[in-house]
Design a protein around this ligand. Structure first.
Ligand SMILES: Cc1cc2nc3c(=O)[nH]c(=O)nc-3n(C[C@H](O)[C@H](O)[C@H](O)COP(=O)(O)OP(=O)(O)OC[C@H]3O[C@@H](n4cnc5c(N)ncnc54)[C@H](O)[C@@H]3O)c2cc1C
Length: 362
């Protein structure tokens, strides 16, 4: 008999796992408090990368997921990534060189470019640095569209999507989780509940007595008015801001890809980000700040994804992580396999939700 899996949360992670689950003998139902497209996902900078600051094993996981996006583009109707490349100089010179050397050694397609080459890559830059790095294999996507393409493809392969339905708590039967209770007073039954509720994941887990240390730091992104000109070819990461142009033509800007914490000064931060971009990008001078977004990044406390079955309770599986836009393909593939087979994939061992670093502090 097909395993009934209930996916709580239709952001990019829930949508990816759901799509992958439809390739197994599973009856998949996805519920979301909203109408799809996620929360963190909706407010993401959406840079697909295996960039600096991570240990080698996590670099390889990210890179595997970058390849996963290329596979998904072939299998999921309407899904497309812009493999535009990233031009970067957001580190001091010595660290930039060390990053390039280390990641090139790990197989990343990274190279050093001088000012002339930087201008060939991004002719719109007014004052590029003498030395920068370019990673042609990095990309970007429109996160709501990508997430909804995965969701629609899952539905086309037999999954059921129930929107505007909020899980209030996990439902127990015979000593194990057997579904969810919704805020409408309904009980939805399942053999296993997958929690991909982003920053809400910790609260839902608590209703089953599971405590995971998950933070949700805010990240601000400023959105300019729409330009009908192509101002940037790809992602640009400077010491002061990260910027890219959306398909719609807006420049979206954060202090870094995760978006900085505005500390309550949202408008000032957004205005100063756009001011900085105007001085750096030709053609941006006439653009105004249209709106800003503040998203909450679901972030397990040690910074790495938490994927798997929490100890001490049967019937739930969790997938919560930062860098979810980059990692949605690999997380979707491996989590779906584990849920469908009841086995554990060794490649997910570093992301065990039961690791000691995710126990909440007393
Ligand atoms: C400012 C910012 C910039 C970022 N930049 C990048 C980047 O450049 N590259 C990158 O790889 N990652 C980036 N990230 C991280 C990435 O966006 C997230 O890791 C990813 O979107 C998480 O997706 P998710 O599906 O887990 O969560 P979400 O998108 O938050 O989706 C969770 C879903 O669960 C639903 N939900 C919640 N509670 C319930 C409930 N009780 N019942 C039913 N439904 C519920 C919500 O409605 C939502 O649809 C960024 C994040 C932010 C905020």
């Amino acid at each position: 008999m097909a395993k009934r899996v209930l996916v709580v949360g239709a952001g990019i992670i829930g949508a990816s796992v759901a799509w992958h689950l439809t390739g197994f003998d599973c009856e998949v139902t996805i519920v979301d408090a909203g109408d799809g497209g996620g929360l963190a996902t909706r407010n993401s900078f959406a840079w697909i990368n295996a960039s600096w600051g991570n240990p080698e094993w996590y670099f390889h996981f990210r890179r595997r997921s970058m390849a996963g996006w290329r596979n998904l583009e072939r299998s999921v109707p309407g899904l497309s990534v812009d493999w535009c490349g990233g031009l970067l100089w957001d580190l001091p010179q010595a660290e930039l060189a060390a990053y390039a050397q280390e990641h090139a050694g790990w197989g990343y397609g990274i190279r050093t470019v001088d000012r002339d080459e930087a201008l060939k890559i991004e002719p719109g830059l007014k004052n590029p640095p003498e030395l920068a790095l370019h990673v042609a294999e990095e990309g970007m996507l429109e996160p709501v569209a990508a997430s909804n393409s995965l969701l629609a493809a899952a539905v086309a392969r037999g999954a059921r999507f129930i929107d505007r339905t909020e899980a209030m708590s996990l439902h127990f039967h015979a000593g194990r989780v057997a579904g969810i209770e919704t805020t409408d007073g309904e009980t939805l039954l399942a053999d296993e509940v997958l929690i991909t509720a982003g920053a809400e994941t910790a609260r839902l887990l608590e209703t089953a007595g599971v405590n995971l240390a998950i933070d949700a730091p805010p990240g601000l992104i400023a959105h300019s008015t729409i330009s009908d000109r192509k101002l940037l070819n790809g992602l640009v990461m400077t010491p002061d801001f990260h910027v890219r142009q959306t398909r719609e033509g807006r420049l979206i800007i954060g202090t870094d890809f995760a978006g900085g914490d505005p500390g309550g000064r949202d408008r000032e931060m957004a205005t100063s980000l756009l001011d900085n971009v105007r001085t750096m990008v030709g053609g941006a001078e006439g653009l105004e700040r249209d709106f800003l977004t503040v998203g909450y990044r679901p972030t397990p406390r040690d910074g790495y994804p938490a994927i798997g079955r929490p100890d001490g309770v049967h019937g739930i599986y969790v997938a919560v992580l930062h860098s979810g836009v980059t990692l949605a393909p690999v997380v979707g593939e491996l989590a779906a396999w584990e849920i469908a087979t009841d086995l554990r994939d060794a490649d997910l061992a570093p992301y065990d939700p039961n690791r000691s670093t995710l126990r909440p502090s007393p």
